[in-house]
Design a protein around this ligand. Sequence first.
Ligand code: BTN
Length: 270
Amino acid sequence: MTGELSPERVTALLDTRWLGRSLRCLASVTSTSDVARADGRAGAPHGHVVLAEFQTSGRGRRGRVWLAPPGQNLALSMLLRPSLPIDMAPTLTLIAALACRDTLAEWGVTASIKWPNDLLIDGRKVAGILSEMGLANGKLDQVIIGIGLNVNLDPRALPEPVSETATSLAAHLGQPLDRASLLACLLRHLEAAFDEMARGDVERLLDRYSRHSATLGQRVRVQLEGTPPFEGVAIGLTRRGALRVQHDSGEIRDILAGDVEKVRGVGGGQ
Ligand code: BTN
């Protein structure tokens, strides 16, 4: 059974302590992240999760659109109220990507993570993560982490050029998946990873992230907003989640936000 996403069914499958224990499953929204943010302002608790079968204005990183037909994938946003310094919020997003990878591994799918938080199967994107933070009195008040995971989608149904670069779990495995069970698994991995981060085990998590990275060790082209692109080698990650890139001149730059593409034909990899 490929499964519907009713709150009853999801709750029956959940084995988390705090993540998703406050849950909304909606048919159609602008963006689950809009709803999660509004719920947060109205007092929703840490770990509140909003799911939707369809988003009319799903959004991705850097102002991009997130497209998904209704009822086939997972689109969810989590409201977190972490006790973290503001500059650790990007790391939280990397950790979410690692938890997605671990979830897919449990379902027999090997995915790698393109920095900062795209999940790739054989070089094609299967999931994206968008993190948005809200501040209050100069402190991190809430972080909304939105995840779009292509589950039962036929990527050929997406418009070009996305159809060329996207995949789904069903397309990869050759069979549809039960979305509610997958979601329960995802929330379990996310909760475990966030708990580990809250305990301060950031280095260990980043080390695991690095082992599954599609970016580290690669020659990359970096595009930052408003500056010409430059090339270098992705040599590491900082504790704050920045990608450390060594320019050909030897100069090292830590990239916190930007588009990083592997330079094809150089440096091996996928
Ligand atoms: C990206 O790859 O650029 C990030 C995509 C994030 C998409 C998810 S779907 C659920 C949540 N709601 C949104 O509007 N975006 C995120």
